[in-house]
Design a protein around this ligand. Sequence first.
Ligand code: GAL
Length: 381
Amino acid sequence: MNFNKIFFGTKLLVAGLLAISFAAHAQETVTSKAAKLTQFTPGTIWPDNKGVHINAHGGGMLYQKGTYYWFGEHKIAGGAGNRAMVGVHCYSSKDLYNWKDEGIALAVSPDTTSDIAKGCILERPKVVYNKKTKKYVMWFHLELLGQGYKAARAGLAISDKATGPYTFVKSYRPNAGFMPIYPPGTPDNEKVDCANPKNKSEGFFCRDVPGGQMARDMNVFVDDDGKAYHIFSAEENFTLDIAELNDDYTGHTGKFTRVYAGHQTEAPAIFKHNGTYYLIGSGTTGWAPNPARWFSAPSIWGPWTYHGNPCVGTGSEITFGGQSTYVLPVVGKKDAFIFMADKWTPKDAIDGRYLWLPIVFKGNDIEIDWLDKWDLSAFKK
Ligand code: GAL
């Protein structure tokens, strides 16, 4: 009989049992801790179901059959995290406080010749569901590997399942060869004439007509009639374009309008309330916060009216340290919209925080005020 072997075997067994019980206990602690969130605490660590800070920056939401899906940029630690080293992360939730990690919905490619090669810049992913094709359609801002922010392309990926995996389809600059449309009554001398551009932004616009417009910070909005629109910073970020997507949501139709031309708006987020279209955006100061700005319009095609900063109170001049990324309509509640913003931490990208705040309607105007903590009871039924 080999006593050594038996002794060693017993030790292993005990160690194994101990490890299992410890892991089970740790899991329980993490789960019960994470499952208890009942409020939003903007700017703090937001643990997912595994107790890990949610990693979905520049995010957007998709709602389907009682579940919200949150898609955003997966960032890694340090400055390298400002580039796409992993892909687009997805989380799901039924109550908006507690989020389940659904993994990487769109992975960057190890192939350095791919448009979405690891190390490229892939920002502000937004997913919409197309009822006709039954496909989940993801659009994002794409910058090709090693080219900084020069490429300025719209990227497209598609999946049969909300949580993915998404397959990359194409990336390009939208609306090549097309001129914008204008709200009725726009005088001819306010329209772009590429034979005679009136200012810098029109110059950039005309330069880009043949190859398509630059497409950086972006969002996608689906209207009540099922039509979808891609809104993006074009013309070296001087102007926002609102562009119609085709019926499948997989391409641009060539119909688009220029919004707040020449005033450098980024981080666009659109929503609709009582038949009016609202748009919130930011200025253009990179990762550093600046005052938000809002607009409203009677039609998606404008005219869009500029209203200044929707934020009020202390910190409002820098959007409380954040930058808009999405406005989320809370399903089943009236007049309930959540302003979602990112508080970027470019030196350690993974530590970026989320600022969610309720939008307050004052007649047709909107206001956003800071709250240390709040919950959905802030909205009426
Ligand atoms: C911000 C933009 C971000 C990211 C960043 C890079 O203005 O909103 O999405 O592109 O610039 O500096």
